[in-house]
Design a binder for this molecule. Structure first.
Ligand code: UD1
Ligand code: MG
Length: 464
């Protein structure tokens, strides 16, 4: 489907409401589903449809919304939230010079998709109407405005739940809150909205009646997938949207060639990329701008945020935050990797290890029970079980450098700043406080003494 040309089609996203029903300090449109703010999905849908810079009407928590969303949209302010119609009244002066069409959307309806916006706009154009509302059939229409049609099917208007009679409440075709308007026609009636309704607000939905009264044609485009319509007004709808979005993301990922063993327990945020033939095992969370390569096995029980994992890697039972690996990483089980960590090819970080802000060279191994932080580890290094970089003196953090092919024995403390040069060897149990030269053996521990016969003598003394 060809995209919409932004030059003759504007978009207005209503995002000024408080979201009273969320019972929250956070503006409603910033509440997250599948890891992203509600309104971000609506903005994405505009971009997918070809609309480059939608206008966001902000009001409640406006500074917070502007800070969170940034400059991918333009903004206008609705200082008092007097209703959806009033929000559009506030926006129109900012697009005074524009002609053509305008798509109006609600910032609390995250399931809208670019392809639906394009289909709505095409239907609008072909039908010759001045307003097409996107409608949906809902099994449970409670809370939504209902599409009111006469016997012939012609749309007569939208009735809000709170204004509806008992029989109107039985209508199951609802207003999704997305519309395509002819800008000139919209402008010609917007100032005629009134507040004579159950909520005392300027309803955008009243525009339809006003247009019809002027003899204009108004119609509805029924979207195929009623899920598209879901508006998030409370935490229950938030959870419902989360479920649908999660399914959508998993579907796209599977179609791109990754296996998801158990979609029910796999949580992947929109925007995460996964290469072909990668297998995602249960209880895995992939978040932020995470990129997983091809042929990987991820999970079970992983939480991976903003990380890039190279091809042919394996990650089990691990928490990874802002790390990067080349191919062939082998991470876990029970591993915690923190920001600034970068692994070259074929690095192993094993059980009960924590690695922070550390670069590890190709083929190196940190297999068991270690804390390595603020370090640079060369290639071919073996770090024995239970090694610790003592990187913090209570005031500052210091660096540990370990050269290529160094062998650090078990249970070694490396008191930073310290350098362990290439090809050196650190004896198990050492506490290294001075640099170790290349090819040297460092032993920094109490020398062992054996006291012959001590046990027998001690026993005799005690039993006397
Ligand atoms: C609205 C529609 C309803 C539709 C439903 C779809 C009206 C009168 N009702 O109801 O027919 O079925 O959406 O989800 O339009 N907003 C502002 N300024 C305001 C008021 C609201 O910007 O003064 C924004 C909100 O932030 C929100 C959107 O408009 O993103 C919709 O407002 P909301 O209060 O959620 O309307 P609904 O009751 O859901
Ligand atoms: Mg709503």
């Amino acid at each position: 489907m060809p995209k919409i040309n932004s030059d003759n089609c504007q978009a207005i996203i209503l995002a000024a409401g408080k979201g009273t029903r969320m019972k929250s300090d956070l503006p409603k449109v910033l509440h997250k589903v599948a890891g992203k703010a509600l309104v971000s999905y609506v903005i994405d849908a505009c971009h997918e449809a070809g609309i480059t810079k939608p206008m966001l009407v902000v009001g409640h928590g406006s500074a917070e919304v502007r800070a969170a969303i940034g400059d991918e949209v333009s903004y206008c302010e609705q200082f008092r939230q007097l209703g959806t119609g009033h929000a559009v009244m506030c926006a129109l002066p900012f697009i005074k010079e524009k002609k053509g069409e305008v798509l109006v959307m609600c910032g609390d309806a995250p399931l809208i998709e670019g392809k639906t916006l394009i289909a709505l706009r095409n239907y609008f154009r072909e039908s010759g109407a001045v307003c097409t509302v996107l409608s949906a059939e809902m099994k449970n229409p409670a809370g939504y405005g209902r599409i009111f049609r006469e016997g012939t099917g012609r749309v007569l208007g939208i009735i809000e739940e709170k204004d509806a009679t008992a029989s109107q409440k039985k209508i199951t075709e609802i207003n999704t809150g997305t519309y395509c308007f002819d800008l000139a026609a919209l402008r010609s009636v917007i100032d005629e909205l009134d507040t004579n309704n159950a909520q005392g607000e300027y309803y955008l939905t009243q525009v339809l009646e006003l247009l019809i009264a002027k003899g204009y044609q108004v119609n509805a485009y029924l979207c195929e997938d009623s899920n598209t319509a879901l508006g998030v007004n409370d935490r229950i709808q938030q959870a419902a949207a989360e479920k649908i979005l999660r399914k959508r993301v998993l579907k796209d990922i599977m179609l791109e060639g990754a296996t998801i063993i158990d979609p029910k327990t796999t949580y992947i945020e929109k925007g995460v990329k996964i290469g072909a033939d990668t297998v995602i095992r249960p209880n895995t969370h992939l978040r932020g701008n995470t990129v997983i390569g091809a042929n990987c096995v991820i999970g079970p029980d992983c939480d991976i945020l903003n990380s890039t994992i190279g091809d042919n890697s394996q990650v089990r039972y691990a928490v990874l935050d802002s790390i990067k690996t080349e191919t062939g990483a082998n991470i876990g089980p029970y591993t915690y990797m923190r920001p600034g960590t970068e692994l070259a090819e074929n690095v192993k970080i094993g059980g009960f290890c924590e690695v922070k802000n550390t670069k590890v060279g190709a083929g190196s191994k940190i297999p068991h029970l270690s804390y390595i932080g603020d370090a640079e580890v060369g290639s071919g290094v073996n770090i024995g079980c239970g090694c610790i970089t003592c990187n913090y003196d209570g005031y500052k953090k210091y660096k540990t450098e370990i050269g290529n092919n160094a062998f650090v024995g078990c249970n070694v403390n490396m008191v930073a700043p310290v350098k362990i040069a290439d090809d050196s060897y650190v004896a198990a149990g050492s506490t290294v406080t001075e640099d170790v030269p290349a090819e040297a053996l460092a032993i920094a521990r109490e020398r062992q003494r054996n006291i012959e016969g001590w046990v027998r003598k001690n026993k005799e003394k005690r039993e006397k």
